[in-house]
Write a protein that binds this ligand. Sequence first.
Ligand SMILES: Nc1ncnc2c1ncn2[C@@H]1O[C@H](COP(=O)(O)OP(=O)(O)OP(=O)(O)O)[C@@H](O)[C@H]1O
Length: 379
Amino acid sequence: PRGPAMRCSPLNLCEYETSKLVRIKSVKLGSLKWALNGVILLVICIMLLWNKEYQEYDLVVSSVTTKVKGVAQTNTADFGEVVWDVVDYSPNEEKNSFFVATNFIVTKKQKQGKCPEVPHYGTLCRTDNDCKKGLWDIRSHGVQTGVCVKFDVTTKTCEVSAWCPIENTKKPPRPALLTSAENFTVLIKNNIRFPAFNFIRRNILPEVDGNYLKKCIYNQRTDPYCPIFRLGDVVQGARENFADIAVEGGVIGIQINWDCDLNRFFNSCLPKYSFRRLDEKESNRTLYPGLNFRFARYYTENGVESRTLYKAFGIRFDVMVFGKTTVFIDWLIGTSCYSKESQQVYSERKYESVQDRQEVKHTHTHNASLHLHPGLLLV
Ligand SMILES: Nc1ncnc2c1ncn2[C@@H]1O[C@H](COP(=O)(O)OP(=O)(O)OP(=O)(O)O)[C@@H](O)[C@H]1O
């Protein structure tokens, strides 16, 4: 308030102004004010709920290991009776995926030597002049010797230095050699973590007992939490025919979805499995269908290094883990669930207390008169 006594110059240099609040005691105006405040609060709450901003999110960090089991027996004219176990058909351990060979082109007893190249563009010949010593291209199986030799009764091809005899079958056997791989099983171990909430979980659930695990096989309806999967069921779950995909191979995705709600009242965190084919399934309409690679097993025969060459066709199973969790944000927990002590800890972290400078000065003067070191007062 201004008083005439405060005026000390025409420029009002000695004046100080402050605002004045008027409190009107009225039931009508009071209720209107609180009604408006209530509406604003309601709108804010609706917006929060609508956008789910009352929750905090975290994405999953995961590790996957797999183990395939099963044996198969084949009986072919070329090789007689052969038993295949996991070491034969599942050669390599990859990150988040495993491969099961279902079909093979086998070339036995290969040795270093000279033999006719298999006929394809650039290797057919009539005389030695059509071949060139030292020549090779990307599709060659060896290096040309410069000689034209008989491949079969009607065809002549350039001779090559190579692992002989050269693999000479283009199409994989149909039906596939290991169609019975559909009865093999795979144990999938998946550990997940939501780092923001320091929450860990496995797909081998703590509630499940050892005896159950020894005999269970995953089934979406009857055994949805069994971590052992029959390969035939996985391929069927991806709406594919195992006998078809086994011939030339393919890629199947095993998706594990962790949709976790870690809120206090609905605490749930369970894996949900789904399957789908990841490569192009219309193999007739696709160039270069399927999945295959070559590997060899080496041995010595009469002191000569030899090998059996395998062109393996098979199914790669990619295990893909997705996950998201939600938790109420801190203010909600802070106001409703946490103890007074925890609230105080959070409050101290959230707010910084600063002393009014005028008061600090006052205390300083006071303490100086008590002969205390002034630096201590600023701590
Ligand atoms: N594909 C599978 N199908 C069925 N059971 C499996 C499969 N893979 C592993 N198991 C079984 O699950 C259990 C745990 O497997 P884990 O690999 O951790 O143990 P292990 O003792 O090393 O297994 P193994 O029997 O191969 O020696 C074992 O009893 C194992 O026999």
